[in-house]
Ligand binder design. Structure first.
Ligand code: P1T
Length: 380
């Protein structure tokens, strides 16, 4: 049986990882070494210097390629470093189409940094296929999608959007919110998949990292050159932690999704809640697409409360849901995007609603989580 035939839960545990030939250690060793001894100049065992390559990182890179249904993987020191490396493929004068609901840090990178270097960005509602089609220009080189989006959980139809892109436009998908257990954009026509591995892939909130996966060898060669030349690489310990986290991705995503669905249903019926965003709810405008494109609906739920003040009070009242940025760990988190993760979008066309609260539903007992949210919403 070749690796190609294994299911994602099996690949998550085994791909890229062989018992250590020297010791038999079943876990990939943490090669905490910056450099590698050479027998003669350029005569070595495949590794020279840990910015260009490290065996622990190589195992993670092979693993992410396999679980995303790609051929090649690359690891970075953060999710933003991974996106930054993709943007370095472009040159001044190039045009990028980006969804109009994205992580605030992605917006900041594009709007506050790369615009200064002569790149042009159009912020388009990616759930509107015709609007995206109309936004392509002769100089468009990248279509950047996030699906589901952060924080409003809107979907882009990956296959239809990838199909609509002209030949010379790279289609990149930030798959952080779904994870490859739920959807594999490379199998739907995307050219590059990106992760903030800080989130579901790591799953335990103990490392910051980014990952890319792709099928095309020349694209990989260009990105690998940039990875080494710009140098935003992760350390071996962090690679080990992400790899260990990925092993349980499937069971965690099942539980995150099950818990999030029950919480979304409870919130939808709650008198203090104005609106619930969750792709698993029938009220989600793209529920049919979600059923088609996603294996599960994921662990992220966003809600609109009656005012900014009520939203800010709620996030300080929960006891199990910790008030913190980030998401995708086993523990539940709650946050106020307007003043926290998406503060960089304030006063722009893509600013988020001040009454919005975002939940990263963990894998604790769901009744405990529901009781925690109920007491935080209690109107006394
Ligand atoms: O934080 P970092 O590993 O650099 O990843 C950035 C990033 C990229 N894409 C998406 C969809 C993300 O959610 C993030 C990081 N997001 C948070 C920290 C957050 O709380 O939303």
């Amino acid at each position: 049986m070749s690796e190609q035939d294994y299911h994602i839960d099996t690949l998550a545990i085994h791909a890229g990882q062989e018992p250590d030939p020297a010791t038999g250690a079943i876990m990939t060793p943490i090669f905490q070494s910056s450099t590698f001894v050479q027998e003669a100049p350029n005569q070595h065992k495949g590794y020279e210097y840990s910015r260009s390559g490290n065996p622990t990182r190589a195992a993670l890179e092979a693993n992410v390629a396999a679980i995303e249904g790609g051929q090649y993987g690359l690891a970075f020191s953060s999710g933003l470093a991974a996106i930054d490396t993709i943007v370095r493929l472009l040159k001044p004068g190039d045009h990028v189409i980006v969804g109009n609901d994205v992580y605030g840090g992605t917006f900041r990178l594009f709007d506050k940094i790369y615009q200064r270097y002569g790149l042009e960005f159009s912020w388009i509602d990616q759930s509107d296929l015709e609007a995206v089609k109309a936004a392509f220009k002769p100089n468009t080189r990248l279509l950047w999608l996030e699906t589901p989006t952060n924080p409003l959980l809107a979907l882009g139809d990956i296959a239809a959007l990838a199909e609509s892109a002209p030949q010379d436009v790279l289609v990149g998908v930030d798959n952080t919110f779904a994870s490859p257990y739920i959807q594999q954009p490379l199998t739907m026509g995307a050219d590059i998949v990106m992760h903030s591995s800080t989130k579901y892939l790591n799953g335990h909130s103990d490392a910051v990292g980014g990952l890319l996966a792709m099928k095309d060898e020349s694209l990989y060669t260009e990105l690998k050159f940039l990875q080494n030349a710009a140098g935003a690489v992760p350390g071996p310990m962090d690679c080990f932690l992400v790899m260990r986290g990925i092993k349980t991705l499937g069971v965690r995503m099942e539980r995150h999704s099950e818990n999030a669905m029950k919480i979304a249903q409870m919130l939808e019926d709650h008198p203090e809640i104005v609106k619930v965003y969750y792709p698993g709810l029938e009220s989600h405008p793209q529920h049919e697409l979600a059923k088609r494109q996603m294996k599960l609906f994921g662990g992220m739920v966003s809600i609109i409360l009656k005012s900014e003040a009520i939203a800010k009070t709620m996030v300080t009242r929960t006891k199990l849901f910790a008030l913190a940025e980030s998401l995708g760990g086993v523990e539940s988190l709650i946050e106020h995007p307007y003043s926290m993760t998406h503060a960089s979008t304030a006063d722009t066309d893509i600013a988020v609603d001040p009454a919005l609260v975002r939940l990263s539903v963990g894998i604790e007992n769901v009744d405990d989580l529901i009781n925690d949210l109920r007491q935080a919403l209690h109107n006394d």
